[in-house]
Structures are given as C-alpha cells and as structure tokens.
Write a protein that binds this ligand. Structure first.
Ligand code: SF4
Ligand code: SF4
Length: 463
C-alpha cells in the first residue's frame, strides 16, 4: 500500500532530497528539514537505512508554520502524522494540552484554584510533568473573567435583528488564547469596532482546530471544524462578516479549511468543470468570488492528485469555500474600513516607539501587513517592522511548550530575539499570542496586540 504513513513520509524525504532547495534555505528556521537531510545523508553515505521510528519522529518536527515553499509537501507531512496517530494513538499528555479550552477550564475551576496551584513551584511542576510541558516554560494565567464570560455579560452573544439596513456587522472569532488567557485583546477588538459603528456579535465557537490538526488528531480537528463551520455559515446568512483577531484562526478559516475543496464534484459542478477538465482557481487573495479566474486542467493527467482528500474533506466543500471568502483577519478588515473612509482615524498624538513583528500565519495569508499600515495612522507613533521572511519566534503553538521541543523552540527563535533586542523598542507589538508567550519567555519588552495599541490610542492610553 502506498498510503501507509511511513510510505507517505518516505516519499517526502525522497522528493526533498532530490530537490535540495530546502537544505540551505530552511537550515536555521525549521527543525524538520535539517533532520530530513541528515537522515538522508546518513542513509546514502553510511548505508544506515532510515527506519520507521526515524520517520515517525521526523513528522513530529513539523509545526506547520508554512514557511517552506510546497503546500503539497506540508499536506503530506500532515497526512503521515495523522496516519501515525491513527495507528499508534496519541499520548495522553498531548491529548490534554492540545485542548486549550479544556486546560483553561481546569485552571479556572473552583474559583481559579488551578491558577493558584500554578503559582506554586511544586504544584506547577507536577502539572507540567503530567501535561508533558517543560518545567521552565512560562505559562500565562487562565483568566477567571475570560472573554466568553464578559461577552455574555455585555450582550455580545445576542444576534442582531435581521434588518441591518447597511450597517456594518461582524461575528468575532477571538481564538482560544485570547478568549481564556488574554481576554483584554478580544475586549480591545470589540471596543475598537464599536467606536467605528460596527455591530459585534460573539457567536458560539470552538478552537479553530489548528492544535489537534498539528498533532495529527484529525478526528478531533474535524469535529471542531464541523462545529465552527455550521456557526460561521449561520452568521453569514445573518449578514455578518467573519473576523478573526488571531492570525492562526484566520489562516485556518481562510486557507486551510478550504484546501482542496475546489477539486470536489460539488465545486466543479458549480463552476462548470466537466468530464474532461477540472477547473482550478488561480489563487488571488484580493479577488471577489465572482472574479476568480480558473485554469483548465485535464482530468486524465491529474485526477489522482487533484482530489478533495485532506483533513476536512468530510465537510461540505462549498461551505468551506464560502467561509474562507467571508473571513477577514481583524487588521485586514479594519484597513478595509480605513481605505473606504469608514474608520475614525482621529487619534491623538502619541510619542512612542513600537516594533511590529508580523507572525508567520499573518504572512501566510498574503494580505500585506495591515496592522503596520494602521499603526502608522497614529500621529507621533514611530513604527518599525521586523523584516525577514524566515524569522520565526519558534513557539509553534503548543509544540514550544513540550518538554522534548522546548530547547529547540528557543533555538529556532534565537535569530528573531537577537534582532528585536538590537532594536530596543518601547513596545513590542504582534497579533499572535503564541509569539507573545515566546517573547514573554525571552525578552524584557512590554508587549501588546496591535488592536490594544489602536483601541488605547483613541483615548491616549497605550501602555
Ligand atoms: S519542500 Fe518543496 S522546495 Fe523544499 S525541498 Fe521539498 S520539494 Fe523542494
Ligand atoms: S511547515 Fe514549517 S516546520 Fe513544517 S516543514 Fe515547512 S518550514 Fe518546516
């Protein structure tokens, strides 16, 4: 069988060894490729065959940051990982920490007793040991007054009436880390949107499914995605734009959820594909659905490859595409308002030097750097951007918490940290709260999500 996880990942090794492009290019930014080439070289030079255990460990090194050039290679790594998990099961520790919502609920139970225990070195050490988290990894406290609690209290969970007579309205998807650990970020998003006359609805939502997907738990990832997809299509029907304040959620809903959906028979029927040709959309992030151009691809040559057979292929392909089209990153949405003259840019003058770091999953959305453009609208604010397509904080979501990956994670982030240290900002700004955890661990600077800066700027109170 060609589709055992070993065979899938072996085919990746052979293809990338043949191509060689990522040997140099990914040497310092990704743990996967250096190991791949090391295994390949040993096999070639020392006749030391790459074994099944090596292949199993190799897939665990990919955190799906998206920096490498071939989406198909990433998809195959993921497929192999999920195949290994289906065969061998998932370690209990990983099962626990991949469910961020559950972890925060444990920490908050009994009036925040979990948080109290986490402040104690002994009990936090025990928790980390049980969860497979490295003992030196700093973890944020779970907020007792988390965002769902606040949203329910302030009426954000109520849908608006169907008649919105031209009013702007968004359904806010806040991401687990903000909802449960940094609720001030999601609250700042709401304040900023309200200030700009945008109606905000906080719909029922679950984790975007990135952590379990990365851990190879495609069953759990599929369940989460199914739930969100239903909620999101319901929001679209009620006239909401879908807005994500977390770049990883945005990347998931805009790019990954719909991956390969265009090869489905449902999509092909809707755009006029036929027995002979598949119509493949030409990727263009700024195109409206009706403007998307297609390339004709002969079925006989590609029907084995161009199939909707990814992690989310059990979900309605047309809904996946619709959700992707209606989802905006918060910064992207606000920049759209600014460009159409609908954003109040009457910020007072602020004398601060902020350094903006665009995280991997923002870069992966191919939408420019909307937050950098928005921050530059605040008079007096000196905005610098950390340049470098391959710079990464190394946190990789929950991977950076894991005992076995902790040091590697710090090492991967080292070039970025050195660059930031040299720039000495007053405030370090990024929209990725996973990056924030790594920055908290390694840098002394005050940190902020760009929406906190922008919302604070209206009243002249940025940190
Ligand atoms: S990921 Fe793509 S570009 Fe990189 S080595 Fe593999 S085949 Fe080549
Ligand atoms: S997605 Fe990121 S971690 Fe995975 S192979 Fe590509 S560059 Fe490496």
């Amino acid at each position: 069988m060609d589709n055992t996880p070993e065979k899938i990942i072996r085919s990746v090794v052979d293809q990338c060894a043949d191509c060689e492009q990522c040997r140099e290019m990914m040497a310092d930014v990704c743990p996967f490729f250096p190991r791949l080439y090391q295994l390949f070289d040993q096999e070639r030079d020392e006749s030391s065959l790459i074994g099944s255990r090596d292949l199993r460990k190799l897939v665990d090194l990919c955190n799906f940051c998206g920096l490498c050039p071939c989406p198909d290679i990433r998809a195959r790594i993921l497929k192999a990982k999920s195949g290994f998990v289906s065969c061998d099961g998932m370690p209990v520790k990983t099962k626990l920490i991949q469910d961020v919502e559950k972890v925060s609920k444990y920490l908050n139970s009994f009036h925040g007793l979990g948080n109290v225990l986490m402040r104690n070195r002994l009990s936090s050490g025990l928790f980390k040991e049980l969860a497979g988290v490295h003992r030196d990894r700093l973890l944020p406290e779970a907020s007792v007054k988390n965002f769902p609690f606040w949203a329910a209290k302030t009426g954000l969970c109520q849908k608006h009436s169907d008649d919105h007579s031209g009013k702007l309205r968004v359904a806010l998807f806040a991401g687990c880390t903000s909802r449960y650990f940094f609720p001030e970020v999601a609250r700042a998003a709401v304040r900023f949107l309200h200030k700009n006359q945008v109606e905000v609805y906080y719909p029922p939502q679950k984790c975007c499914s990135m952590p379990p997907m990365l851990e190879g738990d495609s069953t759990f990832a599929g369940e989460l995605a199914k739930y969100n997809l239903e909620q999101m299509t319901d929001c679209i029907k009620s006239g909401y734009d879908l807005v994500c304040s977390c770049p990883t959620c945005g990347y998931m809903f805009k790019k990954l959820l719909k991956e390969k959906a265009c090869y489905s028979s449902e999509y092909q029927e809707s755009v006029g594909g036929d027995e002979t040709f598949i119509l493949v959309p030409v990727e263009d992030s700024d195109s409206k659905p009706e403007q998307i151009r297609h390339r004709r691809v002969h079925r006989s040559m590609y029907s084995g490859i161009l199939r909707d057979d990814g992690v989310f292929s059990h979900l309605d392909p047309l809904k996946r595409i619709e959700v992707a089209e209606k989802t905006f990153d918060l910064g992207q949405y606000l920049l759209g308002l600014f460009r159409s003259g609908k954003l109040d840019a009457g910020f007072p003058r602020l004398k601060k030097k902020v350094l903006y770091y665009p995280p991997c999953h923002t870069r992966e959305q191919n939408m420019g750097l909307p937050y950098a453009d928005l921050l530059r609208q605040v008079p007096g604010l000196e905005v610098q951007v950390v340049e470098g397509a391959y710079l990464c904080c190394g946190m990789a979501g929950i991977m950076g918490c894991k005992k076995e990956f902790y040091h590697q994670s710090l090492e991967m982030g080292r070039p970025l940290m050195e660059k930031i240290r040299a720039m000495q900002p007053d405030i370090l700004v990024t929209e990725c709260l996973s990056c924030r955890l790594q920055f908290m661990q390694t840098l002394p600077f005050v940190q902020s999500h760009p929406i906190e800066i922008l919302a604070g700027a209206y009243i002249g109170t940025i940190v």
